[in-house]
Design a protein around this ligand. Structure first.
Ligand code: DON
Length: 320
């Protein structure tokens, strides 16, 4: 049988971007510095559950910031808009992910994709679920990935013992009443959620769950209500790549989220989940090979939301 065209494309991109040696592996969480800079995987999972992969798609790494859209989705799903948006905004900050800045006037973190916003969201979940919050988050992410995800104890301890900046952010949020009294406990859950181990294939499957309106297309497991997915994708689109988000929206044009361990996850609405894994990062904290491969993939497959091949709303087609 002939190889699928998509398989050819990702193998071609893997061959082209694997030799790129720019970027540096994150070491501010000491344990992350042990990653192999040569690891590189690309995986696509279609919204009907077909998997295309090449390179290191079985290598486990910690999810880090890619947990943020999922915890935001859980919070929106369970607590509703009003409660969540009292504690976090939806504006791109134009600042690095660990910026210690809050919105003027409201004192809310700018959005749920920067650390301050993600800590605020996790604190909302902690106020509801208490000591079972991490287990709840872990089980939701596992359902999106279609397998039982575990936590990396060493990365968790490494971040927990060195995360002074996040601790400062949590206490600033406490000062402004943006988190409940158990800020330390909520921060501990945040460190744990960042330390959940995934593979590139897991991330592509989690993205495919979002692209398939919240249902994992491989297991059929219903993870998020479809209206929450719209919220999650909107914020990923405007804020998911930190202070590179504008450039990404311009060049790649799909909702995405990156993490400091080298993962990038993107969602092509109703069509595809895509993930890359490669640890060396650029100055924004985004994977260098990931950015290269995604930029070319989007151009070659016409993934951009405003690509001339994307015809827009079928509903309008029927009424115009
Ligand atoms: O809060 C932190 O520093 C990490 N646990 C997560 C950061 C992260 O992945 C940001 N990404 N680019």
């Amino acid at each position: 049988m002939d190889k699928h065209e998509l398989q050819d494309v990702i193998e071609d991109l893997h061959g082209k971007y694997a030799p790129l040696i720019d970027g540096t592996v994150a070491t501010y969480i000491p344990e992350l510095g042990k990653a192999n800079p040569k690891d590189f995987g690309i995986c696509l999972v279609s919204a009907d559950g077909r998997v295309f992969e090449t390179g290191n798609c079985d290598q486990k790494f910690t999810i880090q910031s890619i947990s943020k859209p999922f915890t935001f989705g859980i919070a929106i799903d369970e607590l509703g808009h009003d409660k969540v948006f009292q504690r976090v905004g939806v504006e791109p900050s134009g600042e690095p992910f660990n910026s210690i800045q809050l919105e003027t006037g409201t004192n809310r973190p700018f959005n749920p994709m920067v650390n301050a916003g993600a800590i605020s969201v996790t604190a909302l979940l902690h106020a509801k679920h208490g000591s079972s919050t991490f287990e709840h988050i872990r089980s939701k992410l596992s359902a999106a990935a279609g397998r039982n995800l575990e936590m990396d104890d060493s990365v968790y301890s490494s971040e927990s013992s060195t995360g002074h900046r996040n601790r400062a952010i949590a206490h600033l949020l406490l000062n402004f009443g943006m988190v409940h009294d158990e800020a330390e406990e909520a921060l501990d859950v945040y460190f744990k959620q960042c330390s959940i181990l995934v593979t590139c294939r897991d991330l592509a499957t989690m993205a495919a769950t979002l692209s398939n309106l919240g249902t994992n297309p491989i297991t059929g497991n219903h993870v998020f209500q479809h209206w929450c997915v719209k919220d999650v994708l909107s914020i990923m689109f405007t804020c998911g790549m930190y202070d590179y988000s504008g450039q990404w929206a311009y060049q790649v044009g799909v909702p995405a989220k990156s993490g400091v361990s080298g993962g990038v996850m993107a969602v092509v609405n109703r069509q595809l989940g895509v993930a890359t894994y490669s640890p060396p990062l650029d100055r924004y904290g985004n994977s260098v090979r990931g950015i290269g491969a995604f930029t070319e993939l989007a151009a070659r497959l016409g993934l951009h939301a405003f690509d001339l091949m994307n015809s827009g709303s079928h509903f309008l087609d029927t009424v115009l």
